[in-house]
Ligand binder design. Structure first.
Ligand SMILES: CC(C)(COP(=O)(O)OP(=O)(O)OC[C@H]1O[C@@H](n2cnc3c(N)ncnc32)[C@H](O)[C@@H]1OP(=O)(O)O)[C@@H](O)C(=O)NCCC(=O)NCCS
Length: 165
């Protein structure tokens, strides 16, 4: 039987976590629709680890539950952009994604007043989660990664600026 997660620690990732990150991304609608072969994903993620942009969520025993790729200058060369967020299938719905996004907020808002993330039109659950955490849709890009699929551009404004003050 699967254990409950009692603690989630977010730490900077390294190449040791590559197989966990590939797994988290692969077994999802996102992974299926955008399908990157493991070698391609490995090459992309290795670059992220090398740049120090990937953070992993670990449980109290050090097991990797999921990861987030935060490019601090990734949007419009001045704003943080979350490149990938994925949690292993068996650990979804337990707050791991929220913990990783909270880490994104903490790191991102230390750098800039707006955080960016894209979400595909089919990914209703991820979109709901981002909205719950305060992201709002500010745009739509059709056919960005794949013909026939729209990406919604979502932004989170630094809380003290939300009211326009
Ligand atoms: C999107 C994704 C990262 C979310 O991660 P997650 O760990 O499942 O997220 P959370 O558990 O924090 O929140 C998801 C839901 O579970 C609920 N939840 C949070 N903690 C919970 C708990 N302890 N018990 C049960 N449900 C819980 C949340 O309320 C949330 O509900 P909502 O989606 O209706 O708002 C994950 O589903 C995933 O990896 N999907 C595949 C890859 C993907 O689509 N990535 C996003 C690309 S844009």
């Amino acid at each position: 039987m699967q254990k409950n997660i009692v603690q989630i620690n977010i730490v900077q990732g390294n190449i040791e976590y590559l197989p966990d990150c590939i797994e988290a991304h692969k077994y999802s609608e996102l992974g299926e629709i955008y399908h990157h072969p493991d070698e391609e994903m490995a090459e992309m993620l290795t670059d992220g680890f090398y740049k120090g942009e990937i953070y992993v969520a670990l449980d109290e025993d050090g097991n990797c539950l999921g990861f987030i790729w935060i490019a601090l200058y990734g949007a419009f060369y001045g704003f943080p952009y979350c490149r990938i967020l994925a949690v292993k299938k068996r650990y979804r719905g337990k707050g791991v994604g929220t913990a990783l996004l909270n880490h994104y907020e903490k790191m991102g808002f230390a750098r800039a007043g707006r955080l960016f993330i894209l979400v595909s039109d089919f990914n209703e659950r991820a979109r709901k989660l981002y909205e719950r955490l305060g992201f709002v849709q500010v745009g739509t890009i059709p056919d960005l990664f794949k013909k026939g699929i729209k990406e919604f551009v979502m932004v989170r404004y630094r809380p003290e600026e939300e009211s326009g003050s």
